[in-house]
Design a binder for this molecule. Structure first.
Ligand code: RI2
Length: 315
């Protein structure tokens, strides 16, 4: 007898895993929200007793966790859902599902609220006539810039292309849609642009924030931070606390995703060459002036305290 798979079961998880891996779903916060919604769907479609549903949830969590290794918001959100489930493992399946879904909805709302809160807090550091440089495509950065623009601040933004996937182009489109003036530069033009005093602030997102305040973000970020330090330009990071990594004392402890050589070059064109394609790099805390979170603006040294207070649940 052939076993029929229910429509919303594991294949849906596989599809999301692929979408995250192929970067159809991307951006550290977005990945966390989509993964959490997928876990919720596993609960909604789960049948059997509570123990069996938890097993399915763990299986889905493992698959989702493996989709991209660097964005800490992904394991953080999966671990939190599993923690909520374990706490309710003695409940009957109906009450278990109802309570867990309610908690997950609250968790998703909290992540969305964090983004709005950061937009509000971050908008205050954007001044009239500022020239702000950003790298890659961060929804959190865009939310700040949009909010500041809506409040009437008038500024302009320099966006790096962000090789190899040119995610800077997404940022350019989004900002232009809101009427914000944008200049696109190649990644290697950052130093000259800062040296010629064309930048007031750097504002970037992050995929992970370590306990010591180091951040992990799109490849090229650390060079921009070095350049900002050298030229006395403020380097500011905007992140929701779901991206804080309680398990990583320093940036070096976080796994850096290496992506396909085909993102860099069509190898047929340069036969025999080796390609190294890390997707992220580490910016040391001492290059960071401030971190904007939903709790307020803090120096990188304050991350330790937030991690202690926020991540009281067990992994
Ligand atoms: P938000 C992105 O990673 C970029 O590195 C970006 O700076 C960071 O996540 C944070 O993005 P990727 O998914 O959560 O493009 O602020 O590899 O959107």
């Amino acid at each position: 007898m052939s076993m029929k798979i229910r429509k919303t079961e594991i294949p849906e998880v596989d599809r999301i895993v692929n979408d995250i891996r192929n970067m159809k779903v991307r951006g550290a916060l977005n990945i966390a929200i989509v993964a959490t919604k997928t876990m919720k769907e596993v609960i909604e479609s789960g049948y059997g007793n509570t123990e069996e549903i938890i097993l399915k949830l763990k299986d889905a969590g493992e698959k989702l966790r493996s989709s991209r290794p660097t964005a800490v918001s992904l394991p953080n959100s999966i671990d939190y859902v599993l923690y909520l489930a374990e706490k309710r493992k003695n409940l009957n399946p109906d009450i278990f599902k109802k309570e867990l879904i309610g908690e997950i909805d609250k968790f998703i709302k909290n992540m969305e609220n964090a983004l709005e809160r950061i937009a509000e807090i971050g908008s205050k550091i954007v001044n009239n006539n500022d020239v702000i440089l950003t790298h890659c495509n961060s929804d959190t950065v865009i939310a700040i810039l949009r909010k500041a623009w809506k409040k009437g601040r008038r500024f302009s933004v320099i966006v790096t292309e962000t090789r190899p996937r040119l995610q800077g182009h997404i940022t350019v489109k989004k900002l232009l849609d809101d009427g914000i003036p944008v200049t696109l530069i190649v990644d290697s033009a950052v130093c000259l642009t800062m040296y010629t005093k064309k930048v007031d602030k750097v504002l970037v997102g992050a995929d992970a924030v370590c306990v010591n305040g180091d951040i992990v973000n799109k490849i090229g970020t650390s060079q921009i931070a070095l350049c900002a330090k050298e030229n006395g330009v403020k380097f500011i990071v905007a992140v929701e606390s779901i991206k804080f990594s309680p398990q990583s004392m320093m940036g070096g402890a976080i796994e850096i995703e290496e992506r396909s050589p085909s993102e860099v070059i069509d190898r047929g064109k340069l036969k025999g060459v080796k390609i190294y394609n890390p997707a992220f790099d580490i910016t040391d805390a001492d290059k960071i002036d401030m971190i904007i979170t939903e709790f307020g603006i803090m120096p990188p040294e304050a991350v330790y305290q937030v991690v202690r207070e926020k991540f009281s649940w067990e992994f």
